[in-house]
Design a protein. Structure first.
Length: 267
């Protein structure tokens, strides 16, 4: 497996599979087994599989127990499944490097090449800022001509970090462990990010209770650049595939071309 940069091409229709999963607390082996079993039920070819935040452990601060390296079993699992389904597999895991821990989003391609994004905004209320090191750069990836910008959970609350300057991306992806008690914020902020950035936005959450008795009600969704609901699923574990068409993206930007009037800034 090796890091790679992608080249931009013309956009094609893209099939995306989201897995709103139940996660077993701090049990990578059991989670990966469950994910493998559920993914075996895929009934159609897909281009991208998106998994929840910390899909192999649940959202835990127990980094010494749960961290892996970039050559660990979860990375190899991602490669095996990306190769098996001939698609990209994406999600976050806890990674240790040089004594530091990262909540790392990995974009694994079928050929074993990968790119990563380290979560920028760490959730202080849950102690994430004490256990992890924040990332310091945003990335934009390419898939079938679509420019894809990955974010992680708490990043959703910070619109400046995700601002779509110069139409730098077409699809914004949030992989998350977002608790039910703040689900109203989740349901409000994802459509807001889609509308204000004139991009498709996908949020993939988990379901069930974690080891701290925090309940997650899912609510994974895809919202169009115009604010329309493409997909929404509360409560239940769900594996679902849908298609995004570039014509809808182009139409939204042509009919109301406000991105060109946005304030310009650098972080």
């Amino acid at each position: 497996m090796e890091n790679s940069e992608s080249r931009m091409t013309d956009r094609e229709p893209i099939k995306i599979t989201v897995f709103q999963a139940y996660l077993f607390w701090e049990n990578a082996e059991k989670n990966l087994q469950n994910l493998s079993l559920r993914l075996s039920g895929l009934k159609e070819k897909t281009d991208l599989i998106i998994l929840p935040e910390m899909f192999n452990t649940g959202f835990t601060m127990n980094v010494e127990k749960c961290a892996e390296t970039m050559n660990g079993p979860t990375m190899h699992w991602m490669y095996e499944h990306a190769k098996k389904y001939d698609c990209v597999v994406a999600g976050t895991l806890i990674v240790e490097e040089a004594g530091k821990y990262f909540n790392r989003f990995v974009w694994m391609s079928a050929d074993g090449s990968f790119v990563h994004y380290d979560k920028r905004h760490l959730f202080g209320l849950g102690g994430e800022d004490k256990a992890f090191t924040p990332g310091n750069s945003r990335i934009v990836l390419e898939l079938k001509g679509w420019k894809v910008c990955p974010m992680v959970c708490y990043d959703l609350r910070f619109p400046v970090w995700s601002r779509n300057l110069n139409e730098s991306y077409d699809l914004l992806v949030y992989t998350a462990c977002w608790p039910d008690k703040r689900s109203a914020h989740w349901r409000a902020l994802i459509p807001a990010r889609a509308i204000e950035n004139q991009a498709y936005v996908i949020g993939v959450n988990r379901v069930g209770y974690d080891g701290n008795e925090i309940y997650y009600s899912g609510g994974s969704m895809c919202i169009s650049p115009s604010g329309d609901v493409v997909y929404y699923k509360p409560e239940d574990e769900d594996l679902y595939t849908f298609t995004l068409n570039p014509s809808e993206l182009v139409k939204a930007r042509e009919q109301l071309p406000f991105l060109k009037d946005a304030d310009h800034f650098t972080l």
